[in-house]
Design a binder for this molecule. Sequence first.
Ligand SMILES: *[C@@H]1O[C@H](CO)[C@@H](O)[C@H](O)[C@H]1NC(C)=O
Ligand SMILES: *[C@@H]1O[C@H](CO)[C@@H](O)[C@H](O)[C@H]1NC(C)=O
Ligand SMILES: *[C@@H]1O[C@H](CO)[C@@H](O)[C@H](O)[C@H]1NC(C)=O
Ligand SMILES: *[C@@H]1O[C@H](CO)[C@@H](O)[C@H](O)[C@H]1NC(C)=O
Length: 246
Amino acid sequence: MKKQRVGILFGLIFVAQLTVRCNGGVTSTYRRRLAEPVDMPVDADVFQVPPGYNAPQQVHITQGDYDGSAVIISWVTADEPGSNTVLYGTSNTKLDMSAEGNVTQYHYYNYTSGYIHHCTLEQLAFDTMYYYTVGVGGTNRTFYFKTPPLPNSDASYTFGLIGDFGQTYDSNSTLTHYKANPDAATLLFLGDFSYADGYPYHDNIRWDTWGRFIESSVAYQPWIWTVGNHEIDFAPELVFQKHKTN
Ligand SMILES: *[C@@H]1O[C@H](CO)[C@@H](O)[C@H](O)[C@H]1NC(C)=O
Ligand SMILES: *[C@@H]1O[C@H](CO)[C@@H](O)[C@H](O)[C@H]1NC(C)=O
Ligand SMILES: *[C@@H]1O[C@H](CO)[C@@H](O)[C@H](O)[C@H]1NC(C)=O
Ligand SMILES: *[C@@H]1O[C@H](CO)[C@@H](O)[C@H](O)[C@H]1NC(C)=O
């Protein structure tokens, strides 16, 4: 018992010394509110469906390979599958390259998803601005991103970190704060995305609102994901029903 306490004390002194040496301290004046967060309503401004028939929504990008020369573009169309093509190029007036993606759809309880598209852009140049268009041949939307520098020990690159995000008024404040930082080039997402699992049947409409909410950042810079416990769509009722009917 006593030995353990001494161990803990030494541990604390060690941590305290580290803190002094690292000068970790406070790096931002931004503080998220401490009060119980409240979800924004489904018709909140930040959840609006973009205008136009079958307009691509929930546009998001992520890293497409290990060295930073590929990017995966994803988006959802609500009315019909539409085109899987992404047009892209290094000038916003000349998208002279194109890549072909795929489309998928899923069902969960009483929910049917939109048409979910994924398309990988490969062999991109490092440290270069690219413009891309989705919804080719219909209501189309254009975005841009910048590829990271060639990996080397002197390359400088700024990552953002967000986790436990949700879709509350506080999430909105956090996202606004994050987007105001001009340096953050890629976001590392630590898990617990939409908190749709807090709704009946994990109401997947709350994944769609969340996808539209974060688009204003993730359509322009890769978010690299890891999942948390709120991404487990455990549905014992479905398993039970299956056994019962068998
Ligand atoms: C979310 O934040 C943005 C930027 O501050 C603001 O324009 C918008 O009205 C906010 N939406 C809600 C539902 O609070
Ligand atoms: C599915 O059912 C739940 C629970 O009754 C309801 O809250 C939700 O709105 C329904 N979703 C759809 C897409 O009908
Ligand atoms: C769809 O495209 C994505 C991105 O290019 C790829 O990772 C995935 O394997 C493709 N899926 C199918 C079923 O081809
Ligand atoms: C995008 O939409 C505009 C406006 O309708 C249209 O003029 C243009 O041809 C479309 N571009 C593509 C690539 O579909």
